[in-house]
Design a protein around this ligand. Sequence first.
Ligand code: C5P
Length: 406
Amino acid sequence: MDLNGKHIVLGLTGGIACYKAAELCRALIKQGATVQVVMTEAAAQFITPVTMQALSNRPVFTSQWDAREPNNMPHINISREADAILIAPCSADFMAKLLHGRADDLLSLMCLARPMDRVPLLIAPAMNREMWAHPATQRNMTQLKADGATLLGVGNGLQACGETGDGRMLEPQELLQDVIAFFQPKVLAGHHVLVTAGPTFEAIDPVRGITNLSSGKMGFAVARAAQEAGATVTLIAGPVALATPRGVSRIDVVSAQEMLDACLRQAPLASVFVATAAVADWRPENSAQQKIKKDGSGQVPQLGFVENPDILATLAKSARATSGALYCVGFAAESHDLLAHATAKRARKNVPLLVGNIGPATFGQDDNALLLVDVNGSREIPRNNKLALARQLVADIAARLASATA
Ligand code: C5P
């Protein structure tokens, strides 16, 4: 669970998005966090403290005059225990209040009283689009960031008021991902990571083609882990049915040639390239413009194949990679003799790091095991879920980049 051991103070302020805070509270707890809910008087008009107490399994605090705390200082006690304070939803009024350091209710008092160096403040705004776009709110947002708060952004779409635009609170699952990402070490800050993922599809005719069983899960996990680590991430994905990780730019492609073209366009911006895609080795020599018809004669079409470009080898040979500006990492899906094959493949593709895995044991699965092979030897990252492995791989790549520049 990604939030094991974390204690989150979840602050609710007045807004219809309070109904989403119930789901968020549960989502945080499911990931292992303990949650202390604090609500403003206005928030309690939208959702009851009873609901939030039942979900968080803790009495909710709503007043600075709450006598339950022996020293009668809930604003001090609650904020000292927290690993983070998350205000979700945060109203326009509460943003304005935070900005001025006002402290006339428990939640604002607690935010002001928090030890800034060890209790981060995360803000999930929620308001009507005109309120969000208002120069006062935008000014407040800029200043709150300057004062050290983390603004989690807003969603776009139909609002409870019937208008459409920016200002909705992010969905609970989006906020959960942002909170999890917030706690990951920012070991790739300043880097731009390019990731390929999934299979490619090589057309035989407009309705048929050849592809493979890659699910794309490992590559999507690498993209997410790199984003969590503070990198700018571009994910070039073959045909897969996976949600784009938060904060990642995704480019969908179909064939190996399209994947190569997209990589060549993106590579000049990148400092790290991780090739997890299972690129088809061959494509039909001629893709028919129209569906090849079965004519009843029993004759089968004669298909010829040509080799696809090797995307990883092409990028590894580029001036950007050979000059050290682009660090290339390959993957190898093998069925046996992993170390020998991965070692040979690393040398053949001329990349500093190659990650071996057993293809049949991982294709489509949620877990995997990795063997990291470099010029000095190999290191195993034992079986785990793909996101946990991706985080360890990202940490390993970051350490290599840091030692290369040290
Ligand atoms: O040669 P093989 O396909 O086993 O190499 C695997 C590695 O090379 C992976 O990192 C894969 O993404 C990359 N690759 C590529 N373009 C190809 C074939 C493989 O980028 N045409």
